[in-house]
Design a protein around this ligand. Structure first.
Ligand code: 0A1
Ligand code: ZN
Length: 853
């Protein structure tokens, strides 16, 4: 058991920093096991704090060599989390702090602070990693300019800002823009750059570099292209230009998250930079485009305007996700992008919001902030901005953002600051809207309707279920975009936005020629669970005729969900109406192939477990898996000729291009071949695997074979072909686990952990085997508990070396209360076993503690 329980930090306890920092000068003498960090920091008392405070500096795992104040040596006594200089020892007014510490990047397996990845030095300081580099007030509301000198024999030495001077074995960088310490970065390695230039709208010439390991330089073109498009888009759409002379991106193989927006020096997990047609799928290309844009957009929303404290994290993350979603819609297809985003939101955020880890977009307390980089803070945070955009309209949204940039540039801000610019720009009170930031849980909206003599009345009721620490909820402002359809599919009422702001409200529509079908929540206008009872004929009507592409998709999905529920609960089979509706979608050449591909995806296992649970049933993972398998086979048999035709028609002539048009065609083709595999024993899939010249089709075809229990020979060939490409080997591991038969999935994953390429300390590789069980729910939830035991064993092991990565994977267990008592008992035992470990990390202790409740 942990001997000291870490104490939570509360938003309500926020106090301004007693001292501010004007300038930081750092020298790094790099050495793997004994790096020296020499810091000169200029402090001054904060005029808006009470005077007379001690100076408290954060610091973890630092060996203090020497320290001085205004040049006079002092003896400081660090404790486990930092050091304190008593107020009486501090010079009056401002003062210079100097200190030298020693750290060991080589032994840093947590990948936080300064660490090494295959011979290269790199940093990760968000959220609180800078305190592992030197003693500092490591909080985002302390912003300073930085000068950095790096001494090392490695050829490439990078830090934030602009290059200042360089010589044999050293380089200096100056970052004039005041920044919080979490945006500090340093990289040193034997790297090569792909370089380009960008001229800003102000006419400034910017050098762009993407730094990778030797041998990877032929895989950077797409990331560079995405970067230039992001820079142009932020100028054109938000009026924001880049503000340094150089913009550097570095790809590293060992990285806990996706990427990091350090000022002028973005550091990326290499999987979100490196791509070639042979090694990256279309989805990989799209992720690279999105994440390059996301990190670049942070330069304004995050870096120039940052967060006052970590409770405000969604201020930068929700807004930056919303911006990357807008960008991707502009680059590709708004309709398809919206559907994909909603699918992600429901799969990840609704799951979080409905379980023991539910928390508000702005949490009120945390033990370990790294545990709050969640789908709620990111994706639900973006939904809140989307709702604001809808409620105030495009023009006022633009005015609010102009005001935000103008008023808060260079500041560390709060959600209150954000809401205030909207209140001013839109002339509207948003105090009720603000509850969205404060209340956890997914609101339910129940719909009933009535028809009388030309008047149609809709009644909407909202209710947000209790969540941890929040038993009672207040009503929210819910924008419900809607339209009305006539029986022949004609639109009787085009899209308008109803504002539901009370527990129950009715809306009447008069002078209608016939009883309409209400198409509600168009574009998924609010992150709520809509409970609208519709006859399947009405769903079929919307599927065929709705003018809103999201609701067309959604009606097809709701039909599929109803059928799968009936299959799981009553052993029903899909009726001809559903199959006919699918056929119409799949063969409609007027529709975007990417949209048709999405429409062919039936709801996944976890999605069904969640919807069955919401409908009051205890989900049975085996029954769900079996029902999906049957449904897929019946669809494949029924639609076989159509799928064959689509498969042929969707060939992409000419050389591979990752653009949305070709990617959409390939998505439909791969979707067709994986369905066909269930009717032709994998004949077409084997043929495609043999012929594929790109990773999308190669992996898609192999997955299709694995999905029907075949693909062994192809798997061996795949490994032989790609054994030297780490990112493709990750795919090789994860595909096997994802598609493994439920009864043997845990055993297979266990066997793969014995493979010589299973480097469990590399986060991508760990996730590709252990994390991949999350994509095989029937396997993870195998009733003998083997999946739970395996995951718990590995979480315990990883927690000892990389708590942050381990804590993230622990969310595999977050839905444990949905299941039957046998499974609940097994999962609770696994969680209790983790909890009982000696030296459990703060990260894991908090996550497991919250899950156990
Ligand atoms: N701010 C980054 C993601 C990120 C967050 C936390 C990290 O360590 C705890 C690392 C990266 C982004 O939103 O892209
Ligand atoms: Zn971000």
């Amino acid at each position: 058991m942990r001997d000291t329980t870490p104490q939570p930090i509360h938003l309500a306890d926020y106090q301004p920093p007693p001292f501010l920092v004007d300038h930081v000068a750092l020298t790094f003498r790099l050495a793997p096991s004994a790096t020296r960090v020499i810091a000169h920091i200029r402090f001054r008392p904060n005029p808006s704090a009470t005077p007379g405070h001690d100076l408290r500096l954060d610091g973890e795992g630092l060996t203090l060599i020497s320290a001085s104040l205004n040049g006079a040596p002092i003896t400081a006594h660090p404790d486990a989390t930092g050091l304190t200089i008593p107020a009486q020892d501090l010079p009056e007014g401002g003062f210079d702090w100097h200190c030298e510490v020693e750290i060991a990047p080589e032994g840093n397996t947590a990948l936080e602070g300064l660490y090494m990845s295959r011979g290269m030095y790199c940093t990760q300081c968000e959220a609180e990693g800078f305190r592992k580099i030197t003693f500092y007030p490591d909080r985002p509301d302390v912003m300073a300019s930085f000068e950095v000198r790096i001494e090392s024999d490695l050829p490439v030495l990078l830090s934030n800002g602009n290059p200042a001077a360089t010589g044999q074995g050293w380089a200096e960088w100056h970052d004039p823009h005041p920044k919080p310490a979490y945006l500090f970065a340093l990289v040193a390695g034997d790297l090569v750059a792909t370089s380009d230039r960008f001229t800003t709208m102000e006419g400034r010439d910017i050098a762009l570099n993407i730094w990778v390991r030797k041998g990877d330089e032929d895989k950077t073109a797409y990331a560079m292209d995405a970067l230039k498009r992001s820079m142009l888009w932020d100028e054109q759409v938000y009026g924001r230009a880049y503000d340094l002379d150089v913009f550097n991106i570095v790809a590293v193989d060992d990285f806990n998250m996706g990427a990091m927006e350090n000022k002028g020096l973005n550091i990326f997990n290499s999987r979100y930079v490196l791509a070639s047609p042979q090694t990256a799928t279309d989805n990989d290309y799209a992720s690279i485009e999105r994440i390059i844009a996301h990190e670049y957009f942070h330069n304004w929303t995050g870096n120039r305007i940052t967060c006052r404290d970590w409770f405000q994290l969604s201020l930068k993350e929700g807004l930056t996700v919303f911006r990357d979603q807008q960008f991707m819609g502009d680059m590709r297809s708004h309709a398809v992008k919206r559907i994909e985003d909603v699918l992600t939101l429901r799969a990840r955020q609704f799951r979080e919001d409905d379980g023991p880890l539910a928390h508000p977009v702005r949490p009120e307390s945390y033990v370990e902030i790294n545990n709050f980089y969640t789908a709620t803070v990111y994706e639900k945070g973006a939904e809140l901005i989307r709702m604001l955009h809808l409620l105030v309209g495009e023009d006022r949204y633009r005015a609010a953002l102009a005001l935000y940039f103008d008023r808060h540039d260079g500041q560390a801000c709060t959600i209150e600051d954000w809401i205030a610019v909207f209140e001013e720009a839109a002339g509207r009170d948003l105090s009720q809207f603000k509850r969205w930031y404060e209340q956890a849980g997914t609101p339910r909206v129940d719909v009933s309707d009535a028809w009388q003599e030309g008047t149609y009345t809709l009644t909407l009721r909202q209710h947000t279920p209790p969540s941890p620490g929040q038993p009672l909820k207040e009503p929210l402002v819910i924008p419900v975009a809607m339209g009305l359809l006539g029986a022949d599919g004609r639109e009787l009422l085009p899209t308008q936005v109803l504002e539901l702001d009370s527990p129950e409200q009715s809306f009447s529509f008069t002078d209608l020629p016939e009883r309409p079908v209400a198409s509600l929540l168009r574009g998924f206008s609010a992150p709520v669970a809509l409970n609208q009872r519709l006859r399947s004929e009405d769903r079929a009507l919307m599927l065929a005729y709705d003018t809103d592409p999201y609701n067309r998709f959604e009606s097809g999905r709701a039909l599929a969900r109803d059928i799968l529920h009936a299959m799981v609960l009553e052993g029903a089979t899909p009726g001809p109406d559903y199959l006919q509706a699918l056929r119409v979608m799949v063969t409609d050449d007027a529709l975007d192939p990417a949209f048709r591909a999405l429409a062919l995806h039936i709801p996944g296992q976890d999605d069904l477990a969640s919807s069955l649970h919401a409908a009051g049933h205890v989900p049975d993972p085996d029954a769900i898996q079996a029902a999906r398998t049957t449904a897929l086979r019946l669809i494949a048999e029924d639609l076989r000729p159509d799928l064959l035709r689509v498969y042929d028609e969707m060939q992409t002539p000419g050389p591979y291009s990752p653009d949305a048009k070709d990617a959409g065609r390939r998505a439909l083709r791969v979707q067709a071949v994986s369905l066909l595999a269930r009717a032709d024993e994998g004949a077409k899939a084997a043929e495609l695997f043999a012929r594929a010249d790109n990773m999308t089709e190669q992996l898609g075809a192999w997955g299709a074979l694995l999905g029907i229990g075949k693909g062994q020979a192809e798997g061996a060939q795949f490994y032989r072909q790609w054994a030297n490409d780490r990112l493709v080997v990750d795919k090789w591991f994860s595909a096997q686990v994802m598609y493994a038969a439920p009864a043997t999935a845990a055993a297979l994953a266990q066997e793969l952990t014995q493979h010589p390429d299973f480097d469990w300390k590399n986060p991508n590789r760990f996730r590709s085997v252990i994390g991949a069980l999350g994509a095989n729910p029937a396997g993870f939830h195998a009733k003998d508990g083997a999946g739970y035991r395996l995951v718990a064993d590995w979480l315990i092991r990883l927690d000892g070396v990389n708590p942050q990565a381990a804590a993230r994977v622990s969310t595999l267990f977050e839905t444990w209360r949905r299941y039957d008592t046998t499974r609940q008992t097994l999962m609770r035992a696994a969680l209790n076993r983790i909890m009982a470990q000696d030296n459990l990390s703060r990260d894991m202790g908090e996550m497991v503690g919250r899950m156990l409740g």
